[in-house]
Design a protein around this ligand. Structure first.
Ligand code: G
Ligand code: G
Ligand code: MN
Ligand code: NA
Length: 240
């Protein structure tokens, strides 16, 4: 198996403890080394490999989360869905089977889809997401703030979490959070009762500004990079 799942912590901004992870697939290429998804996901989609690879990542990540939950009750795992997974009529049954097989509590699983995927066919997305939600899982909109030309979709989709795109976090270079685009995006999230997770937090200033804006959770190199499961186990052991 040349694929691996790496995990990046999602931290509680107040305690700075990992409360969950995002699962990120890697391809350990025999010649080219460790490849990030940007280098192969599109090709895998084109070749029709994504539904299978995505399902493998989901199963791997859920099984791993069950292990981490033994010492970290309520620990969450975020798994990305591809466009072809989202359009597969089997998706809900497959996710249900993985939850049943691994024993992961459904509300510990957060399925991430990008805003642009969700907006391709709003009616169909609403139907698929509602079907997934009957399992008890939660839904996150990834790259939030980059995809919408209108806000009308936010009321139409059964979404629980929004991941504030790292471009807005990167732009937080001022000494005050007020007036930043991140502030506006967080305000939109709150208006629609969506739990925000800030992405791409790279320094303490950004973390402080986000804390001031009452953003509860964040992810980024400032806290930790994506890492193999064994390394994350070590990190969790040190924090508990
Ligand atoms: O891992 P990186 O750190 O380079 O991730 C790049 C992008 O690849 C992320 O935006 C993420 O959404 C996507 N990605 C990572 N893992 C998966 C996966 O298992 N399935 C899908 N569909 N996308 C993934
Ligand atoms: O699913 P998504 O595209 O949001 O996946 C997160 C991507 O962002 C991954 O490629 C991950 O490696 C990357 N990433 C995580 N933390 C940081 C960070 O602090 N800065 C930057 N530039 N990228 C990050
Ligand atoms: Mn993601
Ligand atoms: Na993102």
């Amino acid at each position: 198996m040349q694929f691996e799942v790496h995990y990046q912590p999602i931290v509680d901004l107040n305690g700075e403890l990992a409360v969950g992870v995002e699962a990120l697939v890697r391809w350990r290429h025999p010649v080219r080394g460790l490849l990030a998804p940007g280098d192969f996901i599109e090709l895998a989609e084109t070749l029709g490999l994504m539904p299978g690879l995505g399902l493998w990542v989901l199963r791997e990540a859920c099984a791993q989360a069950v292990v981490w939950q033994q010492d970290n009750p309520g620990f969450k795992v975020n798994v990305n869905l591809s466009a072809t997974q989202l359009s597969s009529p089997e998706l809900t049954d497959e996710v249900g089977a993985v939850l049943a097989d691994t024993g992961l509590p459904p509300n510990s699983l957060v399925l991430e889809l990008t805003e642009s995927m969700a907006l391709t066919d709003l009616t169909e997305s609403a139907r698929v997401l509602s079907s997934l939600k009957t399992l008890g899982v939660r839904i996150a909109l990834d790259d939030f703030g980059t995809g919408f030309s209108s806000l009308s979709h936010l009321g139409a989709l059964p979404v629980d979490v929004v991941k504030i795109d790292k471009s807005f976090v990167a732009a937080m270079r001022e000494t005050t959070a007020t007036g930043s685009v991140a502030e506006a995006v967080l305000h939109i999230a709150r208006t629609f009762n969506l739990a925000p997770v800030a992405e791409g937090v790279e320094d303490e200033m950004q973390a402080t500004l986000l804390r001031e804006l009452a953003c509860a959770e964040a992810q980024g190199y400032h806290f930790a990079r994506p890492m193999p499961a064994a390394e994350l186990t070590g990190l969790l052991t040190r924090q508990s």
